[in-house]
Design a protein around this ligand. Structure first.
Ligand code: C5P
Length: 298
């Protein structure tokens, strides 16, 4: 018997970042949107905890205990007082180290898959707490949809959202999230960084479902730091906007770039132009919001 969980990627349509807290984390006011790019994690009983991965970028995924899927199995097993005797297979489609919460998605998916496989029926609020132990973005991967994240991103309030179409330009190589936050600290040193707040204009535009309203309301406080570490992303922006995208922003800590488009036709046009431009490694089209981690029928 095995259990497979499908889990979406995310884009932050707002990412407000404050000055580092004493614990090193940065206070956030971020609006997450789950989009239709999915990983699948399959949990199967095994003699010991093992992880395998398939997909175009599988060689970049760690298969040891640093993989959030493995850590999820360990924390859930410890809480339940059982052995993490499970094989986790990750079918990876979300860009690796791209700012789309691919690793966090696998953590949330593994947690739900093991909970189901082991028949634990852990209450949802406890699963969300375990997700927050694994990482700041992991609770949202479980929840999905659209949500405001505060604290370090782990405290979630669902928000209304119409459906939007996106093109994602996947860069060559990833960016380390801590490195991007360190660059943010360096760029803002000596300035007063205001407390981050959710943007009422952004929330209203998101609820309206109107991409022309959403485009000017998108913002990412980490974008300057990502661009500072990867100046070539400016060329990717220019290629997507030149092909008719309504707006461009770095996805999370990057280096994946998100382009908002009006419809599927616009998405195909922008994706083709980005691929032809040579300014990214590959593209993916997606829409959102979509549900969070979901157990697939056996
Ligand atoms: O929570 P997570 O393990 O995903 O965070 C990875 C790293 O990103 C943290 O160790 C920290 O350096 C940085 N981070 C941050 N502020 C946040 C979230 C993450 O500084 N709100």
């Amino acid at each position: 018997m095995s259990v497979t969980v499908r889990v979406p990627a995310k884009v932050n349509v707002q990412l407000g970042v404050g000055a580092a807290r004493p614990d090193g984390f940065h206070p956030l006011a971020t609006v997450f949107l789950a989009v239709s790019l999915f990983d699948e994690v399959t949990a199967t009983p095994a003699a010991e905890l093992t992880v395998t991965c398939e997909g175009p970028d599988a060689d970049q995924v760690p298969l040891d205990r640093t993989n959030l899927a493995a850590r999820a199995a360990e924390v859930l097993a410890a809480r339940a007082g059982v052995e993490p005797a499970v094989h986790l297979h990750i079918a990876k489609n979300i860009p690796v180290a791209g700012g789309m919460a691919g690793g966090s998605a696998d953590g949330a998916a593994a947690l739900l898959a093991c909970d189901t496989l082991w028949g634990l029926d852990t209450p949802r609020t406890e699963l969300l707490d375990l997700c927050a132990e694994l990482g700041s973005d992991v609770p949202f991967s479980l929840l999905g949809g659209a949500a405001l994240g505060t604290g370090r991103g782990e405290l979630l309030t669902p928000v209304d959202a119409g459906s939007f179409h996106w093109v994602f330009a996947v860069a060559d190589g990833g960016l380390s999230t801590p490195a991007v936050f360190r660059e943010f600290d360096r760029l803002t040193a000596g300035t007063t960084v205001p407390e981050p707040e959710a943007s009422p204009a952004l929330l209203a535009a998101l609820a309206s479902g109107d991409p022309d309203r959403l485009a000017p309301a998108l913002s990412n406080g980490l974008q300057a730091a990502s661009l500072s570490l990867r100046p070539a992303l400016a060329d990717t922006f220019a290629a997507g906007i030149g092909a008719g995208a309504l707006a461009a922003l770095v996805s999370g800590s990057g280096p994946t770039t998100a382009f908002l488009v009006r419809d599927e036709e616009g998405a195909a046009k922008v994706a083709a132009a980005l691929e032809a431009s040579g300014t990214c490694r590959t593209t993916r089209t997606a829409s959102g919001p979509v549900p969070g981690a979901t157990v697939l029928p056996a």
